[in-house]
Design a protein around this ligand. Structure first.
Ligand SMILES: [Zn+2]
Length: 499
């Protein structure tokens, strides 16, 4: 959550005076929402859900929200909102900007403003003894090479207790209210399915295992409230017993990810050259060089002009247990004079506005994925956040610097530097991951160069040289970490790292 976005409370005022207060709910990406049911209550209106639509009516006026749509219809007129409503098991959350853009049409005379003080309690009345039950926000999971992460997001703090039963991990969740059982199929070879069920006054999350599980770790995160359970795969019998889990291993496999593809062309140059075509060619060249020159294995997320959803790209890397993930793209910029190369690594905070725009452009592809993916878009955002600044950030930053240095040294292109931003394609990677923008295809001079095999070869060689240098340093550190203890260097690329 962006540092500035702290939860707050809004005060609704009507012509006749204050109507009451409504708390803001801030989700993982910093967007603020209000509860549809509470808003209806304050406006003395009705909230009802019919299929994909939620309707808030006040007297004869009404506003209609639709699942996954950032557009509301207020008394027959469309209003574009910052984001789509978030739908949980028990309530809908309406983007806060509806209050500025649509409230006046729905309920003339009613305004919302930041509340100065916490909601006053009627004098003399005691604070309610029994705390109200906390509603479920979302149950989600993500499979990593060495563990499966299960996240229960809720509207408030939950008490939890983990226990292992035969064939399942059970997590008792105190204080959670659940309208009915909720089943999520996982089938990742470790967890078969997740079941969230009401049981004896509380709720139990059952992770049904496929076989055995190793260690189970749990933690609690806030903003939003989450109980995070990491279920590890059992240790392989070959791993040395007693000692630390396998120390730094030599680099073995690099996943190269050519951006875009298929019905997603990426950026397009003034004379029609597409990003998807350029980056696939460059990626193939890098692959050949790495295999021949470094003797490392390379796997490509796409080898042809095919569409690959963002999530599948890192999933592929995770399944292959890749040591590095390198995504290759070409920039677009409305100012056609922009030029140069830049390398990114993942961060929830963008370096600057421009970095944020680049990430937004690259992330936009989600709109081209099916409806299902669009639905998972928010999940993806949350996962990015669940990585809690990612155990690989330092290593990714060092990889990014090495590659960026190599590229600007040998290509004599403008060095736009190493930057950070929230690229979803990097979000799920359980390994150091970077995204390289090899040039501005929207700049006609760079487009011309990008069209030539010579320039593509030069770019590929520069990326290759960067990877080669990174490997050299990596090996140096590895030798040091095999040296007597005390001199041990950090071992990068280990998915086992925990917080
Ligand atoms: Zn791109």
């Amino acid at each position: 959550v962006a540092a500035a976005a702290r939860p707050g409370t809004l005060e609704l005022k009507g012509r006749g005076g204050p109507l009451g207060q409504i708390p803001l709910v801030i989700v993982d990406d910093g967007t603020a929402y209000v509860s549809a049911a509470r808003l209806a209550g304050l406006l003395k209106g009705q909230w009802s859900v019919k299929g994909p639509r939620g309707i808030l009516s006040v007297g004869k006026r009404s506003v209609q929200f639709t699942r996954n749509q950032a557009r509301a219809i207020v008394t027959g007129q469309a209003v574009q909102l910052e984001s789509a409503p978030r739908v949980s098991a028990s309530d809908w959350l309406i983007p806060e900007d509806f209050l500025a853009k649509g409230l006046a049409r729905l309920a003339p005379g009613v305004t919302a403003s930041k509340a100065a003080a916490p909601a006053p309690r009627p004098p003399g009345k005691p604070i309610r003894a029994a705390r109200p039950a906390v509603t479920l926000g979302e149950l989600r999971y993500r499979s990593y090479p060495s563990f499966t992460r299960v996240v229960v997001e809720s509207a408030g703090a939950l008490a939890h207790a983990v226990s292992a039963d035969k064939g399942e991990i059970r997590v008792r969740l105190g204080g959670l209210s659940l309208p009915g059982p909720h089943v999520e199929e996982v089938d990742d070879g470790l967890v078969k399915e997740l079941r969230l069920e009401p049981a004896a006054g509380e709720v139990v999350l059952r992770a049904i295992l496929d076989g055995q599980a190793g260690e189970v770790k749990d933690m609690v995160l806030e903003d939003p409230h989450r109980v995070v359970i990491d279920i590890y795969r059992p240790k392989e019998p070959t791993s040395r017993e007693g000692g630390a889990p396998s120390r730094a291993q030599p680099l073995r496999l690099i996943v190269l990810d050519a951006g875009h593809g298929g019905h997603d062309p990426g950026a397009t140059g003034p004379s029609g050259l597409t990003e998807k075509e350029v980056v696939l060619d460059v990626t193939r060249r890098v692959a050949r060089m790495v295999e021949d020159g470094l003797g490392l294995k390379v796997a490509l997320t796409r080898e042809s002009d095919a569409f690959v959803p963002l999530r599948d790209r890192t999933n592929f890397g995770n399944k292959q247990r890749a040591d590095l993930f390198v995504s290759i793209h070409a920039n677009a910029h409305p100012r056609s004079v922009s030029e140069g190369v830049e390398t990114y690594f993942l961060s929830s905070e963008a370096t600057d506005n421009e970095a944020r725009q680049v990430a937004a452009l690259e992330n936009g592809v989600v709109q081209l994925e099916g409806a299902q993916s669009r639905q998972k878009f928010n999940v993806l955002k949350s996962i990015l956040w669940d990585l809690a600044q990612s155990e690989f950030q330092e290593e990714s930053s060092s990889l990014a610097e090495t590659v960026q240095d190599s590229m600007t040294r040998s290509l004599r292109l403008v060095n736009r530097g190493v930057k950070q931003a929230g690229f979803y394609v990097l979000g799920g990677a359980a390994m150091p991951a970077i995204l390289i923008e090899i040039g501005f295809i929207t700049n006609s001079r760079e487009e011309k160069k990008l069209a030539t095999p010579e320039h593509r070869e030069a770019i590929a060689r520069a990326i290759y040289a960067g990877l080669s240098e990174y490997r050299q340093r990596y090996n140096q550190r590895m030798r040091m970490s095999d040296a007597p203890p005390g001199k041990a260097a950090a071992s990068p690329g280990k998915a086992e790292a925990t917080r």
